[in-house]
Write a protein that binds this ligand. Structure first.
Ligand SMILES: O=C(O)CCC(=O)C(=O)O
Ligand SMILES: [Fe+2]
Length: 306
């Protein structure tokens, strides 16, 4: 149902397995909206190092994490405490914690001086050591992998992949560490690690520590569990790509209820440039920034207008 695809076969038209990988990716992108990918440029050891660093950060005392608390800012860089995001208005705010970072731009960059929140300054904690350089390098390389996969998957569904890829020059991509503590004993039916939602952007490249928890809504009803050890990635698509492809590529709802074990996942939300028009050809323009900022303002509790 959710195919497991070799990234080299998918992205290299000369690869012996290309046609099969391409067909499986197209079926997944236009159907269930999820696939898993292995054999990318991001090695299992690399992803494990990133997960170890996030775990060290999330295990710090709250006072240390509060030094980079995003709720003290007007944007979404740094730590988000448990309850800081409500992805579904019918559920309570999620009990996960997050750490969000994006592209690093000099303070003099026009997007920074214009004060575009999607390009806000990253906030880095003092601990763990080397957290910033590790995540910056991972962000850069994960964006390259995401871009290659996006082109290949769009080509597979019969779209003009390079046309889309061209709109990711200074992407509003967001790298997140999700930390799910053990599900609280008091949690009820409206409490989730992350409640049912669709992602906002184009392609999500999700690494996890291998623990179960992610569930994908099946079109006919019911939930499909998906897991991926470090070095394998879950790929899904967001609202902007569904809009942009006039509904061909599916943004599928998913959730994490949570278990008795803590869990870490690391999505890279590969969002386009702020001024990319993500409307399908012939439709009224939809600026990527407008869509993303509206969704941020709806879901981050500190950005919600009451
Ligand atoms: O933790 C996961 O496996 C999924 C997280 C997720 O859906 C998200 O951060 O948007
Ligand atoms: Fe998600």
């Amino acid at each position: 149902m959710i195919p497991r695809i070799d990234a080299a076969a998918l992205t290299d038209p000369q690869h012996a397995g290309h046609a099969a990988a391409r067909d499986a990716a197209a079926t997944a992108a236009t159907g269930v909206g999820f696939l898993t990918i292995h054999n990318t440029a991001l090695t299992p050891a690399r992803v494990s190092d990133v997960i170890v660093a996030y775990r060290a950060f999330f295990h710090l005392p709250a006072a240390a994490k509060q030094t980079v608390d995003m709720s003290r800012t007007g944007s979404n860089r740094g730590w988000g405490a448990s309850g800081s995001e409500q992805v579904n208005p019918d559920a309570n705010p999620d009990y996960k914690q997050v750490f969000d970072c994006g592209v690093t731009l000099p303070a003099s960059h026009p997007y920074r001086t214009a004060g575009i929140p999607a390009y806000a300054r990253n906030q880095w904690p003092d601990q763990p050591a080397d957290f910033a350089p590790l995540l910056r390098r991972y962000f850069t390389d994960a964006c390259l992998v995401a871009r290659g996969l996006l082109v290949a998957i769009l080509n597979a569904v019969g779209e003009d992949g390079p046309f889309f890829a061209d709109k990711f020059g200074t992407p509003m991509a967001l790298l997140r560490g999700n930390f799910y503590p053990r599900r609280p004993a008091s949690a009820g039916a409206r409490d989730f690690g992350i409640a049912t939602h669709t992602d906002y952007g184009c392609l999500t490249l999700l690494a996890t520590d291998g623990s179960p928890g992610l569930e994908v809504r099946q079109r006919g009803g019911g939930w499909i569990p998906v897991s991926a050890p470090p070095g394998e990635f879950v790929i899904n698509f967001g609202e902007m790509l569904e809009i942009w492809t006039a509904g061909r590529v599916k943004a599928t709802p998913h959730r994490v209820i949570g278990t008795q074990d803590e869990r870490i996942s690391v999505p890279l939300f590969f969002n386009p440039d702020h001024d990319a028009n993500v409307a399908p050809a012939g439709a009224a323009p939809v600026m990527a920034l407008d869509h993303l900022q509206r969704r941020f303002n709806e879901t981050y509790v500190h950005l919600q207008k009451t």
